[in-house]
Design a protein around this ligand. Structure first.
Ligand code: KG4
Ligand code: ZN
Length: 336
């Protein structure tokens, strides 16, 4: 009885998975809400409604796939924050309802902890300690990780998150949402170096990030093209933008490893699915970089089930039922 069911509903993905420490993932379901694309971003009310519509059926399906009854689970882990309040409440309610009925623990999980530990789901699993670069739609941070629940924030973005910069650039280029994969696809047809792009905050010390200057620069280039009614440069702009983000992240990761005298780097969160980022990090830091498969980079239930299993094993769940739309990662309690 070691399987944990994980539920993720912090944003626009409904994720349900069942994790077993020896057998791995026994079920893995993700439903990506499509309605938001028309609005160019996530509409909170629509997200909550879609989670309610989808989640119960997905939980049943995951249990069927794993051949388990709820009472055969060791616990139910759910994303308690950070994220959209209404969306989080749907996942928390379903998780706590199921756990109460089955008389098993409900385990509140921090969404970014889920991302941060997700490379440990792979065969090539990193040992502690390591530096984690967390790059998603809402966060860009460098964290020193010495164990489960032991996270020290080394740097974060002062304005936009890396994924947000991709999403905004995509919108300016007339591409769909989420923007990261779309910009990356267009960039593959373009050439880096046709236009100059800044590498923000790389030539001064520190581990913080800022992407708003890069965004403004990109917007000006796109506006120039629009004024000239010439979209032929869009692929080159996408390529230059992507490379500027990648270079910035690589510089800061290398700096963090050096400053903290650590060897291993973990990258996680939606932007870590970016192929050029992975290639650049593998080249700069050969044999030192760990990342999950692309399907585990974006939001999913597997990372929540997995983080929940670690929390349950270490006695790091307090039984309180709560959602925290704003929740700094370094406020997680280290083990007593
Ligand atoms: O972790 P995630 O699924 O959700 C949050 O917790 O925010 O990350 C979503 C973000 C979006 O901004 C999306 O554009 C970005 O990850 N993303 C990518 C790629 N795939 C997803 N950015 C760059 N390249 C990609 N291949
Ligand atoms: Zn995420």
């Amino acid at each position: 009885m070691q399987s944990i069911l994980g539920i993720e509903t912090s944003c626009d993905e409904t994720g349900v998975a069942i994790y077993h420490p020896d057998q791995g993932l026994l079920a893995e379901l993700v439903y990506t809400q499509a309605d938001h694309a028309a609005y160019g971003g996530v509409v909170p009310e629509l997200a909550s409604r879609d989670h309610i519509r989808k989640l119960p059926g997905m939980v049943r399906q995951a249990l069927d796939q794993a051949g388990l009854a709820p009472s055969e689970l060791a616990g139910v882990a759910y994303t308690a924050g950070p994220g959209l309040a209404g969306a989080l409440l749907v996942g928390a309610s379903v998780a706590v309802g199921l756990a109460t009925a089955a008389r098993i623990p409900a385990i509140a999980v921090h969404h970014m902890e889920g991302h941060l530990l997700s490379p440990m789901l792979e065969a090539q699993s990193p040992d502690f300690p390591f530096i984690a670069l967390l790059v998603s739609g809402g966060h860009t941070m460098l964290v020193e990780v010495t164990g489960i629940g032991q996270y020290r924030l080394l740097g974060e973005t002062l304005d936009d998150a890396a994924g947000e910069a991709f999403d905004k650039t995509a919108r300016l280029l007339g591409l769909g949402y989420p923007g990261g994969p779309e910009v990356a696809r267009l960039a593959d047809q373009g050439q880096v170096g046709r236009f100059d792009f800044p590498r923000p905050m790389t030539n001064r010390p520190g581990l913080d990030f800022s992407f708003s200057g890069l965004k403004t620069h990109t917007r000006q280039l796109i506006r120039q093209c629009q004024a000239e009614q010439d979209e032929s440069h869009y692929p080159d702009i996408a390529a230059g933008f992507e490379q500027a983000v990648v270079d910035t992240l690589v510089i800061k990761c290398s700096r963090a490893l050096k400053e903290r005298r650590l060897k291993r780097l973990v990258i996680a969160g939606g932007v870590s699915a970016n192929r050029k980022l992975r290639q650049a990090l593998d080249t700069a830091l050969p044999g030192q970089v760990y990342y999950p498969r692309p399907s585990l980079c974006t939001d999913n239930g597997a990372m929540i089930a997995h983080a929940g299993w670690h929390r349950l094993r270490e006695g790091l769940h307090d039984g309180q039922i709560a959602v925290r739309p704003r929740w700094p990662l370094d406020e997680l309690r280290p083990p007593a």
